[in-house]
Design a protein around this ligand. Structure first.
Ligand SMILES: [Zn+2]
Length: 411
């Protein structure tokens, strides 16, 4: 078998293209494969497929291919440009690469497959790609995937904020809770961060939204109110966010009381911080017995804890009417508790109540997508080498967007 025939098969080159020659550059460890095509007067337009006259040929271009026998393999060709009456002058479709890529589709496909399981740094090293090349492959894959996305119904949305790096940089993520994927990522957590999402979905998709889970965060509330019909019936403040608020209040009560007790030599609250935040169901027998005597004591912290647990019992209700009654009773207890931290949270929950009680109807939380969160954590973890936020955003779409990323000639 001739070199050219062998490489034609390896590359999957078919008529009208053929391998014209193969050059082995031993010193550099490279194989250069030169492609040529039949002398055709007409080529199909890449857009509509109509047979069109040749306009000209591009200057010679290069595509990095998968290594062959550890040789860096580079494909060379001069693609013709067709002139379509409707679509004008265009580079013809190539079977080995997408029109704007400097890699063959197989090379790009391999890099994408690796990127799904390894960090960008590892893939860059293993495939001898530069950072920019890896980013470019990732970015194109995401663009392709987003363009291929269908306008499916999204009955349950989750709007979530994620801290980017330590400190105060945030991203806003919009998740499709049913399909467990990220639909949209934007910088910041302003109203404008979420506002950008609505234009990326169709009117019908917007109408398909039945419920939106989110933290009690006004900029998000405002954006949903402006863009979703009957938003007030659909917004559901995240259950875990509410539990977190009440947990914070219990902790504030504990810290203060612990200080007072310690001043009198009473160490009962020493080392109990996490016991008050944990679910007693997750404690072993011994721990539970110890904790039981604490929480049944006359301590303020025990009262705050009971308030928190009773408040969260709201979520056990099936029907709205008794749930409202429960909350009203709980609220009255909380505001008379003489525990400032609990009073403060109770007032906040009352103010927000209409979008807390919506949980009973929709039963959604942002934590529904545990596996998605795990993936985002992984992206964050492998993001340490990221040079900019844009790259991080692409990585979230890449790993969590549920996108079809493969380059099209391989499909
Ligand atoms: Zn055309």
């Amino acid at each position: 078998m001739q070199d050219s025939e062998l490489y034609g098969r390896i590359l999957g080159i078919t008529a009208p293209w053929r391998v014209a020659r193969v050059e082995l550059q031993l010193k550099q460890g490279e194989v250069h494969v030169y492609l040529a095509h039949e002398d055709k007067q007409e080529w199909p337009c890449p857009e509509c497929g109509a047979s069109c006259a040749v306009y000209d040929r591009q200057a010679e271009r290069q595509w990095r291919h998968l290594d062959t026998c550890q040789y860096r393999t580079i494909v060379h060709a001069q693609p013709p440009r067709s002139q379509c009456r409707e679509h004008g002058v265009r580079v013809v479709k190539l079977s080995w690469a997408e029109s704007n890529s400097r890699f063959t589709a197989l090379m790009e496909g391999l890099a994408i497959a690796w990127l799904k399981h390894a960090s960008q740094k590892a893939v860059a090293e293993q495939l001898h790609l530069s950072w920019d090349e890896v980013h470019g492959i990732m970015e194109r894959a995401v663009e392709r995937g987003l363009a291929r996305r269908q306008a499916e119904e999204i009955p349950q949305l989750g709007v979530d904020e994620k801290a980017f790096r330590k400190g105060h940089k945030y991203l806003t993520l919009v998740n499709d809770l049913r399909r467990n994927r990220v639909l949209y990522v934007a910088e910041g957590r302003e109203q404008s961060s979420l506002d950008g999402f609505w234009g990326t979905i169709t009117e019908a998709q917007r109408d398909s939204i039945e419920a939106v889970a989110m933290d009690m965060w006004d900029p998000y509330v405002d954006s949903v109110r402006e863009h979703v019909r009957e938003a007030d019936k659909k917004i559901v403040f995240d259950k875990f966010h509410i539990a977190q608020h009440l947990g914070e209040a219990v902790d504030r009560v504990r810290r203060r009381e612990h200080k007072e007790l310690k001043a009198e030599g009473d160490e009962r609250l020493t080392g109990t911080k996490y016991d008050w935040l944990r679910n007693p169901a997750s404690m072993d027998g011994e721990q539970r017995r110890e904790f039981a005597s604490l929480r049944q004591s006359e301590l303020k912290t025990a009262r705050a804890w009971a308030l928190k647990e009773t408040g969260m019992a709201l979520y056990n209700y099936v029907y709205e009417k008794p749930a409202r009654k429960h909350f009203q009773w709980w609220y009255n207890w909380a505001v008379r508790s003489r525990l400032e931290a609990m009073k403060e949270k109770a007032r906040m929950l009352k103010r927000r109540f209409e979008n807390i009680i919506t949980y009973l109807r929709h039963q959604i939380t942002n934590a529904a997508s545990e596996s998605l969160n795990a993936k985002i954590q992984w992206v964050k973890y492998t993001a340490r080498g990221f040079r900019n936020k844009q790259n991080f955003i692409h990585a979230i779409y890449f790993h969590c967007g549920g996108l079809d990323l493969a380059p099209s000639p391989t499909k």
